[in-house]
Design a protein around this ligand. Structure first.
Ligand code: ADP
Ligand code: MG
Length: 226
């Protein structure tokens, strides 16, 4: 469970999130809202990439202020642009890298890498330069690099925004098949229609928090009024 308690966040002198309290325990949670409403900043708080200015973030009881390293192990993060996440020139190296200091034998490491690459249809590309992959394949590679670490929670920040429909559907399917808890920041309302919970942000505040149909209706109405 991720517990966000009375969290405010100020960045560069600007109030970005204001007094947010949320307990995140559902398996599929979406974060939606206009550009600049604070979604990415909120997502980054969940794994300690940002620390709250006030309040606290607890992940299974660990405080992001004091246990950042452990929290980053249990909360994986997938960025919008896979080019910012893929660091190694060859596909398999990128997936294997995170496992380097995990005390695994080469055979154990290979088994995990192979398993993940197979799962996302990347096995045939394992020796290819990462930059030759399509946008969708790159995003699946970025997800693979996170999943191979076996985090309990995965935060996605607009994982399908840069993708065409075909690749979007692939990533959507990848998210749907995860056994982990997924917290997904997105503008893609189709993606979240079967989620357990949708949280709507506006100007750094939570303005709706409900089942998808109710939350999305309120979100769409608010946008039409604006
Ligand atoms: N490092 C920063 N310094 C100052 N302002 C920031 C910083 N990061 C984000 N902001 C501001 O915080 C607000 C929320 O940004 P962000 O969380 O990226 O929103 P969203 O992801 O919903 O588009 C925006 O007004 C943005 O300009
Ligand atoms: Mg954002």
């Amino acid at each position: 469970m991720i517990d966000v308690q009375n969290v405010s966040l100020t960045l560069g002198g600007r109030s970005v999130l204001r007094d947010i309290s949320l307990t995140l325990s559902e398996r599929r949670i979406a974060i939606v809202g206009s550009n600049g409403s604070g979604k990415s900043s909120f997502a980054r708080l969940l794994n300690g990439l940002h620390l709250p200015t006030d309040g606290q973030v607890l992940v299974d009881g660990l405080n992001s202020r004091s246990d950042g390293r452990k929290i980053r192990q249990s909360v994986g993060f997938v960025f919008q642009n896979p080019d910012n996440q893929i660091v190694f020139p060859i596909v398999e190296e990128d997936v294997a890298y995170g496992l380097k200091n995990h005390g695994l034998s080469p055979a154990e490491r290979e088994a995990k890498v192979q398993n993940i690459l197979q799962r996302y249809d990347l096995i045939g590309l394992r020796h290819q330069p990462s930059h030759t992959l399509s946008g969708g394949q790159k995003q699946l590679l970025a997800i693979s690099g996170v999943l191979v670490m076996e985090p309990r929670y995965i935060v996605f920040d607009e994982p399908t925004t840069l993708l065409d429909l075909r690749n979007k559907l692939k990533v959507q399917q990848a998210i749907a098949s995860l056994s982990q808890t997924a917290i997904v920041v997105t503008h893609d309302l189709d993606l979240v229609s079967d989620f357990d919970r949708v949280i709507v942000f506006d100007e750094g505040r939570v303005v709706a928090d409900d089942h998808p149909d109710t939350a999305l209706r309120r979100y769409i109405e608010a946008m039409q009024d604006a």
